[in-house]
Design a protein around this ligand. Structure first.
Ligand SMILES: [Zn+2]
Length: 282
């Protein structure tokens, strides 16, 4: 990149108040496939070798702030799961972690921009990486139960089996951070059932869906590396509205981390970004 262009980008980005420094383009190692839980449409297997991502901020970061007034999608999704925040604030949600590589990177980006988010975590990974749960909570983010190991059909197994799974996940979270509020639940793949919603509420968790989904896992459709990062930025920026709940993934997704490095200045210039607040049982 030409020196003059770099200087112009640096000056303009400083003016946004939330520029994210470019990261090394060194490929980021991923978990081996054997460490992944069985997952479905929202988290298919990673591409074998994710291409290095150019994480330099994109010109999108420097667009002037404009008001966004289009209302969010309907507030209630399948079986009563919440699709929006209930206010003008936008909630970023990151699913399927904690991931020993990409969750810390995502936390770094969020911290750099002073943004709080909500992490929908997998129980067995919580048990593997309790320090990451402690960091998530210590940095002001909130937690959402995303089941023990992301079994897509769990919602059809009956309330007793669901309750056992969700409670095991909450117990793992509380083994890492005693008394940490787990006020939200999200069904793997968004495959909601009435039993999920019933059990989640019994355990004091509000069921949350989403209204913005960039499909940041679909490498066969959108490509890998910079192609996927560009797609995520475009998809989120064109669909996010006041009140949106945005679904993304922090597990094995360096392309998603790269996308948020680019998007957070844009998002923070237009929206109030919140961690979904710990709330009384619904
Ligand atoms: Zn998931």
């Amino acid at each position: 990149m030409r020196p003059l262009l770099l200087i112009v980008m640096a000056v303009v980005l400083t003016a946004t108040g939330c520029s994210v420094p470019a990261a090394s383009a060194t490929p980021i190692p991923s978990l081996s496939p054997s460490e992944e839980a069985p997952e479905g449409p929202d988290t298919p297997p990673e591409s074998p070798s994710p291409a290095p991502v150019d994480t330099a901020p994109a010109p999108d970061c420097v667009l002037p702030s404009v008001p966004v007034t289009t209302p969010a999608a309907k507030a209630v999704g399948p079986n009563g799961a919440h699709r929006t925040t209930g206010s003008a604030a936008v909630a970023l949600t990151f699913d399927d972690g904690p991931d020993p590589v990409n969750t810390p990177l995502m936390l770094d980006v969020l911290r750099h921009c002073g943004v709080k988010a909500t992490f929908c975590v997998i129980g067995y990974k919580v048990a593997q990486y309790p320090d990451l749960i402690r960091r998530i909570v210590a940095e002001g983010h909130t937690l959402c139960n995303h089941t023990w190991m992301h079994i897509m059909q769990l919602g059809t197994y009956g309330q007793a089996r669901i309750r056992q799974d969700l409670q095991r996940t909450n117990d793992a979270i509380h083994a890492a951070v005693p008394n940490a509020p787990v006020s939200y639940f999200r069904a793997p793949g968004g495959f909601w059932t009435a039993d999920y919603v019933t059990v989640a509420k019994q355990l004091g968790m509000t069921p949350i869906d989403w209204d913005v989904d960039p499909w940041d896992w679909n490498f066969s459709k959108y490509g890998t590396g910079q192609a996927m990062t560009t797609h995520i930025v475009s998809a989120v920026e064109s669909h996010v509205r006041p009140g949106s709940i945005v679904l993304s993934h922090d597990n094995q997704k360096p392309t998603t981390v790269a996308a948020y490095r680019i998007m957070l200045p844009w998002l923070t210039a237009r929206f109030t970004l919140i961690a979904l607040p710990p709330a009384p049982a619904p």
